[in-house]
Design a protein around this ligand. Sequence first.
Ligand SMILES: NC(=O)c1ccc[n+]([C@@H]2O[C@H](COP(=O)([O-])OP(=O)(O)OC[C@H]3O[C@@H](n4cnc5c(N)ncnc54)[C@H](OP(=O)(O)O)[C@@H]3O)[C@@H](O)[C@H]2O)c1
Length: 283
Amino acid sequence: MKCLVFGATGTVGSRVAHHLIAAGSRPSVFVRDAIKAREMFGDQVDIHIGDLEAPGFTLPAALDGVDGIFLLTDGPNLHEHDRAISAAAYQAGVAHIVKLSTLDVLTGIGTGPWHAAGELAIRESGVPFTFIQAAGFMSNALGWSHLIRNEGILRFSTGEGKIAFIHPSDIAAVAATALLTRENDGRALVITGPEALSYREMAATIGRTIGKSIDVEEISDQQARANAVRWAGEGPYVDALVDIWRAVRQGRLDTVTDGVRQAIGREPISFAQWASENAASFE
Ligand SMILES: NC(=O)c1ccc[n+]([C@@H]2O[C@H](COP(=O)([O-])OP(=O)(O)OC[C@H]3O[C@@H](n4cnc5c(N)ncnc54)[C@H](OP(=O)(O)O)[C@@H]3O)[C@@H](O)[C@H]2O)c1
């Protein structure tokens, strides 16, 4: 089976590509940077170079002979990419698209509306699909590393609200299994980590892991927004983040599902395990 992986140099896509390689397949990867892809995968993938934002980019060569696509797109206009790629996939006879989406499609919070429009575009393309509606990623906590290392204090607007962050490896395992087995065609898989935790609890878990006390300070939505603008710039992405943090505080994002176990037959990885794997980033 030939799969084409988008976002293969990123957090989830790289793990999907590694899963496919481990399963004995030779995936193609659609990447902007061939050198980066070679460093990550050696000679175990076929590389197609392209930039989804470049005007007039085409896909036919990358889609030639492809059975399944792992589709990762991002940003407020991601539905345009999802529409163009799924339409080209239909023309090329691709049998299945697995799209990384978000649990927030169900709530309309944050980036939910972006992915809802992307899911609709794929449904309309006629290509069989599986949507991976994932909770927030544990790897988002890597964004706390600078403050933990340098100040020992984190500032959140999430209050005591909880969210069941998921390990990126669990997302990738679910996506790769969907591609390889086709058992979840036509379904949206809602997947979360094993338990909903407050940001204070996650900070304490990292603190215990690295043997350092981490203070947590409560801030307003406005302060959280101003902090996010410093690293992400003004724009819809920051608006989506503040929306998500507010929803966490309001207890609207504490969903826990058994989606990972249903899809791959094992429990999802805990936040404590993720923290231990990533301890060096916080020390
Ligand atoms: N973070 C969360 O909590 C969360 C929760 C649910 C869903 N999601 C969804 O997960 C996705 C992000 O996944 P991720 O964290 O694995 O992504 P990531 O680590 O940020 O990686 C993004 C990947 O996309 C590639 N890419 C970016 N722009 C591109 C372009 N114009 N053309 C071709 N490739 C491009 C990047 O390539 P380069 O290496 O060249 O940059 C990289 O491989 C988004 O759809 C997001 O909405 C995130």
